[in-house]
Design a protein around this ligand. Structure first.
Ligand code: CP
Ligand code: NVA
Length: 311
């Protein structure tokens, strides 16, 4: 291992260099193939605090089970437990938790909340999803793409749907590792201009081509097809209106005809079958959606082992 991620925060895919990303993925592969031998506990005696402002299945269970497999312990803090920013300031929460635990993971609305936690905590902060990014998801996605395609470098990935937190992290992460990324959205739902600029600039150095389009034809020849819900957590009120606008921006039999014949299908889940993906397509042999879900745990475990200097 060449990376030194000890005591760093992981708020964004931008927080890891290409080499650091690949090192974490290498550790994730080792952990997965090693099957977590019970006599080898890299995070023995350590505690992870998990702050949630939003619901979760994968993030909560993968982090909690992951800590158990690494010999540590995780504490779930529900939205009503600490009422972030209402009952107590983010600063005080960060300072208090830092006196008890070894790592803090937070799933929040505003990205400024994870940034504020990181500013005041003396232990690593992990972004378990903010409105801006979902970097833990992308580590798992990259592990899954390597399993299916053998590499990231030069792979043509295409995200169809909303230019949301997942799309942002995919663009930034892809630009770092040399993967090509096309994001196809309805007009007006493109990823943020800042992310487009950042990822395009990084991509110019790594050979990664980052494209934003409104035309589904841009998915032509894609090695990886990825989608996510049309309305993210916090946008529930917009769901009906968005369904009208996003109808064509989905993965189904027609999209599969445009992509490469052996295209891998990804979805971070939860899925709304019949909207952004149809059930039949999600169950094709090319679908890796449950590998992705499993890899959340291995990729995050690898990340935590690096952040605590135990890689
Ligand atoms: N993909 C993902 O983050 O799932 P949860 O919202 O269930 O954690
Ligand atoms: N974009 C989705 C991802 C869920 C894992 C959301 O933020 O709700």
């Amino acid at each position: 291992m060449t990376s030194n991620l000890k005591d760093r925060h992981f708020l964004s895919m931008l927080d890891l260099s290409r080499e650091e990303t690949l090192d974490v993925l290498d550790t994730a592969k080792t952990l997965k193939s090693g099957g977590y031998p019970p006599d080898k506990f890299p995070l023995k005696g350590m505690t992870l605090a998990m702050i949630f402002q939003k619901p979760s299945l994968r993030t909560r269970v993968s982090f909690e089970t992951g800590m158990t497999k690494l010999g540590g312990h995780a504490i779930y803090l529900a939205p009503t437990d600490i009422s972030l920013s209402k009952r107590e300031t983010t600063e005080d929460i960060a300072m208090v938790l830092s006196r008890y635990v070894d790592i803090i993971m937070a799933r929040v609305f505003g990205h400024d909340i994870v940034e504020d936690l990181a500013k005041h905590a003396t232990v690593p902060i992990i972004n378990g999803l903010s409105d801006w990014e979902h970097p833990c998801q992308i580590l798992a996605d990259f592990q899954t793409i390597i399993e299916r395609k053998g590499k990231l470098d030069g792979v043509k990935a295409c995200f169809i749907g909303d230019g949301n937190n997942v799309a942002h992290s995919l663009m930034l992460g892809a630009s770092r590792v040399g993967m090509h990324m096309t994001v196809i959205t309805p007009p007006g739902h493109e990823p943020d201009e800042k992310v487009k600029t950042q990822s395009t600039q990084i991509g110019a150095e790594t050979g990664s081509i980052i494209t934003v389009a409104n035309d589904l034809g841009a998915a032509s020849g894609a090695d990886v097809l990825y989608t996510d819900v049309w309305a993210s957590m916090g946008q529930e009120d917009e769901a009906a209106a968005r369904r009208q606008v996003f109808t064509a921006y989905r993965i189904d039999g027609e999209t599969m005809k445009i992509a490469a014949p052996d295209a891998t299908i990804l979805h971070c889940l939860p899925a709304h079958y019949g909207d952004e993906i149809d059930y039949e397509t999600s169950r094709l042999p090319g679908s890796a959606i449950f590998d992705q879900a499993e890899n959340r745990m291995h990729a995050q475990n690898a990340l935590m082992v690096h952040l605590k200097g135990r890689a």
